[in-house]
Design a protein around this ligand. Sequence first.
Ligand code: C2E
Ligand code: MG
Ligand code: MG
Length: 588
Amino acid sequence: MIISRRGCLNVAEELFVKGKQDSISGYPIELSEKVFQKVSEGIMITDLSKRILHVNPAFEMVTGFQRDEVIGHSPKILQSGIHGSDFYQKMWAEVNDKGEWQGEIWNRRKNGEIYPEWLNIMAVRDAEGAIRNYCGIFTDLTDRKVAEQELKEMALTDSLTGVSNRYDFSERMKQLLKTSEEYNISHSLLFLDLDRFKQINDSLGHDIGDMLLIEVSKRIRRLIKNKDIIARYGGDEFVIALSAIKHPREAAHLADRIIEALEHPFHLNGEEIYISTSIGISLYPNDGDTTDELLRKADKAMYFSKENGRNQYCFFHDDLQPSSKRLVILESELRKAIEAKTIEMVYQPKVDVRSNRVIGLEALVRWTSEKLGPVSPSEFIPHAESTGLIAPLSEVILERVCEDFIRYDLAKDCGLPVSINISGIHFQQSQFTAVLKQIFEKMNCQPAYFELELTEHTVMNNSHHTAEKLNELKNMGFKISIDDFGTGYSSLSYLHRFPIDFLKIDRSFIKNIHDQKENELIVNAIITMASSLQMEVVAEGAETLEQVQLLQRLGCGIVQGYYYSKPMRPEEIRFFMEEWNIRQEERV
Ligand code: C2E
Ligand code: MG
Ligand code: MG
């Protein structure tokens, strides 16, 4: 049965005014009674002194009161206490004055629960126009309110993580900046981008990626206060408005805590996942007075953090400005270099300190752009990774190493193998092993002469596929080396499942091995651990004799670094080796 609120009111009014006559305005009495009983709106009829005379079943259902409990009482038993007495005074004044009042009101059910209802009160007059009764008809709005709230939340929150979405963020920022101007308050904006999130998504799947985003947002939320705003801004980007700060160091402190909070591994679906974040910070009002400007500058600072090694934060400052221009040029220059294959390789020897023999070379890429001059691989490799250029660039590098290998007869002159750095992004691609195989076949080079260097972060990302791929590469004949070891969090058991030949200790440990006892202990632990797993340890970045001697004492077998040689062009290798061998003979 569909009955409008107005129609229902008429029925109730007539029922009451005319009493149980045989017919009301042509309706048979049973029909009116039926309607009164069946409508879903609650109906309550009172006398002039507002004592309840009559309620319908819907009233009982909504309020929880049985009719016997309310008949003869005042409707005040339903009052929630939310509205003040002036609210009720105004309401009744309008009913008496205009004959009707309607609006939203909060009432209380018998069980104490407060709920919203839409209430329509009518003054019912007799034939002379004097008010005889009041009739209230109401609808429970609880469900609608819940639905409205859900809709509101959907429009304002990010459905995956439950934090604000872009829209809500910019609305709240608008409000924040408006009041800040009046009261001279400072804020800071942190722009976060997860490092290598794409890799996780690509290798472990979007479900894990989504779970990770949820967990990351939970960890960050624990660090911020209610007054602050956190929003998900893009795939793996979050922004935080840290409001009402007294000093920029508060923003730096929060950035530090976020970085630290994400350092602990995430356990998702049986996988142990490591992630880090790069953060850029802008300040209001120093860096701008609109949300857009603050975001733009925090984003720029975030890029800078990424370019400079990730897992860190950086404040926006004017010197960062050209860097975005640089990035644009970098990308187009890199494209040209890949197309024209104008990259070069240099080679750095690795020395077995036990026998004092050169036992291998590490191939390192070099690139001089026409417009930018020499660019470090630490800058352009990550850039190639984030712009999708890494696969074609890696292919050019692999071909060039194979070319050099044959042209300069590297196998004859010095120890083997030649190691090649492999980008994590390239490695994760499904065609990686096939492409590698194809290139080595095409260049007529045997993988047995080569070693692949993968960073610790790369192998840690997805153990299942990594193990499979590494075994495939081993079967093809390549040696496998873990580069920059010690910068991640690989555990002994974790590495045990991979067919690894060499562990290269990150040069940051070697650099301060004499000054920081802690570094010596770490290097010592790595060497002990590696030997128990039958892996050779390579220490990279040794620049002094003292470092080499200490490494030797700690049991490190292979050392690489400026102490022996800087990376050299392939044509220089022959001379280097000749000299090395002469000195060797002199030593003997
Ligand atoms: P990496 O693989 O850890 O390479 C070692 C880096 O340490 C090289 O820097 C090398 O020149 C430098 N180095 C070696 N001995 C010393 C030393 O005694 N002292 C100091 N201070 N540095 C030393 P480079 O060539 O600038 O390469 C930086 C990083 O860029 C590499 O770190 C590697 O991750 C990446 N990279 C370089 N070439 C390639 C490449 O062909 N492909 C890929 N995917 N990445 C590459
Ligand atoms: Mg390397
Ligand atoms: Mg390294």
